[in-house]
Structures are given as C-alpha cells and as structure tokens.
Design a protein around this ligand. Structure first.
Ligand code: HEC
Length: 175
C-alpha cells in the first residue's frame, strides 16, 4: 500500500518533470538538461523510506522509461520544426507571372492568332500598333474615351483587364 502511494507520488512528480524538461529543452535540449531532469525525477522517489530494493528497481525503470519518452518527444518536436521550416522555404514570395498568351486567347477569334487580322472588317491590325498605342487604345475602350463604331463591343472584351494584363498582352502580340 505504502509503497504504491510513494510510487504514485513519484510518478506524478515524474510527469511534471517530463513536462518541464520538454518545455525547458525545447527542440535543442542537450545532454546537460537531460541529466538535470533525470536527477530531479530520482530524488523524490528515493527520499521516502523504501525498505525493499525492489522499489528502487521499479523507480529506476520508470525513470528510464520517462527519459526515453522525453527523447521521443524531442524527436517529434524536431520533426515538426523541420517540416515547418521546409514549408516556409517552399512558399513562393514572388507573384506569379501573367501569361499574355493565355489572356490573348479570347481575342484571337476576331484579331487572329497573332493579331494579324482586321477584326470584323473594322479594326486596325493590332500587331502593327506600337505597344504604347495598343495600351492606350485598350485603356480607352475601358473608360469609353476611345473607339469607332464598334467600341462598345471592345469595351466588353477588355473591361476586366488590369494594367499589368494589358501590358502582358501587348508584349505577346507586338514584337
Ligand atoms: C468579337 C470580336 C472581338 C474580340 C473578341 C476582340 N476584339 Fe478587339 N476589336 C474588335 C473590333 C470590331 C474593333 C474595332 C472597334 C472600334 O470600332 O473601335 C477592335 C479594336 C481593338 C483594338 C484597337 C484597334 C483599333 O482599331 O484602333 C485593340 C487594341 C483591340 N481590339 C484589342 C483586343 C484585345 C486585347 C482583345 C481581347 C482581350 C480583343 N480586342 C478582343 C473586335 C474584337
């Protein structure tokens, strides 16, 4: 009975020591910290008057088991840190490049695969425009300040494009 209680107390102390040692050592716990925690664990078990050496043997195995558990926990923490570090390294910090070819795809039905056609027999051949004129024409369609008889049609085509996207299309079509 008595011995059981002592062991129970020892175990409780052990648990808190393990927790403390995990918290203290973190993932870089060295040999020193391991020893300190082992001593702290042994003391409360040894202090009470345990007559049979059997008690000490049990206590030792409990300590050994606990130390092993701490080692496993340390390895787990190391793994988590390694995973997080890897993920941080792999996260791209640059914005993805805008694909002018992809954006131009919906324009090609009227303007031709390379901007070489007179769209609906009305437009200029857009590959022959300067990049500046191309950009200002598209911006003009967006704001309603540019265009001929079919300008509303073009406004619908380009209204959702951002400035960077317009530039990407210009770079793709105009060499
Ligand atoms: C349904 C056919 C059609 C589609 C699709 C279309 N366009 Fe047009 N585009 C036209 C027509 C017609 C005009 C001439 C409109 C006008 O009267 O100003 C024009 C004019 C233009 C002009 C000015 C050329 C000029 O005549 O001054 C540019 C630049 C242009 N389009 C770019 C684009 C781009 C970029 C896309 C795709 C995002 C696109 N267009 C999609 C038919 C089309």
């Amino acid at each position: 009975m008595m011995q059981n209680q002592i062991l129970k107390k020892g175990k409780l102390y052990l648990l808190s020591s393990i927790t403390a040692s995990i918290l203290l050592s973190g993932c870089f716990g060295g040999e020193e910290k391991k020893e300190v925690s082992a001593e702290a664990v042994v003391k409360p078990v040894e202090q009470p008057k345990v007559e049979q050496p059997a008690g000490t043997a049990v206590a030792e195995s409990v300590v050994k088991e606990a130390v092993e558990k701490v080692e496993v926990a340390k390895e787990e923490v190391k793994d988590v840190v390694a995973t997080v570090e890897k993920e941080v390294q792999q996260t791209p910090i640059t914005t993805p490049t805008i694909d002018g070819a992809k954006l131009y795809a919906k324009c090609s039905s009227c303007h031709g695969a390379n901007g070489e056609k007179v769209a609906l027999n009305v437009s200029k051949i857009i590959k022959d425009l300067s990049k500046e004129n191309f950009i200002s024409a598209v911006k003009g369609y967006q704001s309603g300040t540019y265009g001929g008889s079919m300008k509303t049609l073009m406004t619908g085509q380009v209204k959702s494009l951002t400035e960077d996207e317009i530039k990407a299309i210009a770079n793709y079509i105009i060499k």
